[in-house]
Every structure is written in structure tokens, then in C-alpha cells.
Design a protein. Structure first.
Length: 118
């Protein structure tokens, strides 16, 4: 059997194509996995989803309170830490909002930056 240059070139090109595809797949996997990871200052995709759910639960707890509705309080969650900010009329409202937030599932800590109107 005689091997021509054309056959050798075709085999070489097939190997190059296979290696290129494998390299592209490997790079895509690494980039995809690191794109979802979080660090100290950034949430991972899962943390973002969990924090959004926690924020919603805290908002529901505040708005469903029988004594106060907390329309002037904003809730932000980052890695399980809930930050409350805004304005309320009394110190009792401030302390109750803090207590309600701490009782919500998924809350690791509460930073209470609520200001009492004077």
C-alpha cells in the first residue's frame, strides 16, 4: 500500500481538528465553572438565588406584620447577611423589624441601619 501526501495531510488535519475540539471543550469547561464561583466580595450563582429568596421572605415578614407594615424599610441580602435600611416612626418599630428579620429562614445575621424619624 502506497501512502500519498494527500492521505497524510488528511490524517494530520483530522488529528488537529480533534485536538482543537478537545482544547475548546476544556477551556469552555474551566471558564464556565469559574464564572459561577463566588468569593468574599461576589456571590456565586447559588448564593444569589438563596439571597433573593431570603430577601423576599424578610420583606414578606415585615409587610405581613400585624402591628406595622414597614413601607419605608429596604431589605438587601448578601451571603445570608440581611441589611435593613430606611426610616420608621418609633424605636419599637426598629427593634421589631430587627427581630422579625432575625427569625426568617436563611438569615445568618442582620445589620440594622434603620433610622428612627425624630
Amino acid at each position: 500500500m502506497v501512502v500519498t501526501n494527500n492521505q497524510t495531510n488528511n490524517e494530520y488535519m483530522k488529528k488537529i481538528s480533534s485536538l482543537s475540539a478537545a482544547l475548546l471543550l476544556a477551556v469552555g469547561t474551566v471558564v464556565g465553572m469559574t464564572g459561577c464561583a463566588g468569593d468574599r466580595y461576589h456571590q456565586s450563582t447559588g448564593e444569589h438565588i438563596d439571597d433573593a429568596a431570603t430577601t423576599e421572605r424578610v420583606n414578606s415578614a415585615l409587610s405581613g406584620d400585624a402591628m406595622y407594615k414597614y413601607p419605608g424599610v429596604k431589605v438587601v441580602t448578601f451571603k445570608g447577611t440581611v441589611q435593613l435600611s430606611g426610616f420608621v416612626d418609633t424605636r419599637d418599630q426598629k427593634s421589631r423589624a430587627d427581630k422579625l428579620a432575625k427569625g426568617v429562614e436563611g438569615v445568618k445575621d442582620v445589620v440594622d441601619n434603620i433610622t428612627v424619624k425624630q
